[in-house]
Design a protein around this ligand. Sequence first.
Ligand code: ATP
Ligand code: SKM
Ligand code: MG
Length: 303
Amino acid sequence: MTDQADPETAFLEQLGQRVRTMRGLRGMSRKVLAKVSGISERYIAQLESGKGNVSIVLLRRVSGAMGAHLEDLIPADEPTTDWPVIRDLVRNATPNQIAQAKDVLAGRGHGPFQNYMSFSGIALIGLRGAGKSTLGKLLADKIGWSFVELNKEIEQHNGLSVAEIIALYGQEGFRRMEQAALNGLLGRKEPIVLATGGGIVSEPVTFDRVLSSFYTIWLKAKPEEHMARVRRQGDLRPMADDRSAMQELRTILLSREPLYSRASAIVDTAGLSKDKAAAQLVGAVSRVLNTNAQAFGLRSAAS
Ligand SMILES: Nc1ncnc2c1ncn2[C@@H]1O[C@H](COP(=O)(O)OP(=O)(O)OP(=O)(O)O)[C@@H](O)[C@H]1O
Ligand SMILES: O=C(O)C1=C[C@@H](O)[C@@H](O)[C@H](O)C1
Ligand SMILES: [Mg+2]
């Protein structure tokens, strides 16, 4: 590798090195690897020397032939040298073991009512137009808690609008600021009703923090309802403002549904008026607060 190798050349060289190391670990000659993977020996030699810009499908064949995980061949900064061990233990763990491991790593105790790192309130999640802001404010007024909009917190902290942040710093920058803003809300003395941004589920650590600090409710609606509501607001983010917007919204909703459904509760607002949806939400929250007030460390329950 030359001193001034550009990042892409360096990446390919590291990839080649990883393939070579893994092949060595497996005790496979190039010839054997070529035979098992069905890829020519010459091509594997090129790949190992960092010269072949291999397609992902061929790389998958190479990793499969070595009985290795594809991700182990991709150069990356692993959080610890124990990472492959931890990852493989997690892969084989029971859901209960995973829950316990998460508690230990997050530094919290384990028990039926110690699920929350420290109870911070109610968080509303869901796609744009779900009603997080509108119904969240109504809920907060009803139970006498403060209402906080996470996107507004981010805007205030950084002196820029969400759109400006994404344009200037990209998704990654926005997600970093979102996590920082969320951290700033945790551990307050009084619980809050928090309206999150629709994409909060896309950053695993941030979303996990929401789930472990708030009783989280997914406000669900039909794709057409989401679209009609955000259109009325005149800003389609994160969909593009064109004819493919509806298709994009469906794709986003489909990919996020498994994450949204990790919420503690779901309030389905499909076909409901704003008032009826608010009543459903208040009802769901009142029930859970009445049952768990003590566990949440609240002085009194909502009525
Ligand atoms: N159940 C409902 N029936 C009809 N309209 C609703 C309902 N819930 C919300 N709305 C309306 O839809 C619009 C979008 O709602 P709201 O801004 O609360 O959604 P949101 O989840 O906060 O979206 P965003 O992620 O964009 O902040 C508002 O004009 C609101 O009045
Ligand atoms: O659903 C999303 O991906 C987003 C929703 C908005 O609230 C903003 O958080 C941002 O535009 C991304
Ligand atoms: Mg909102």
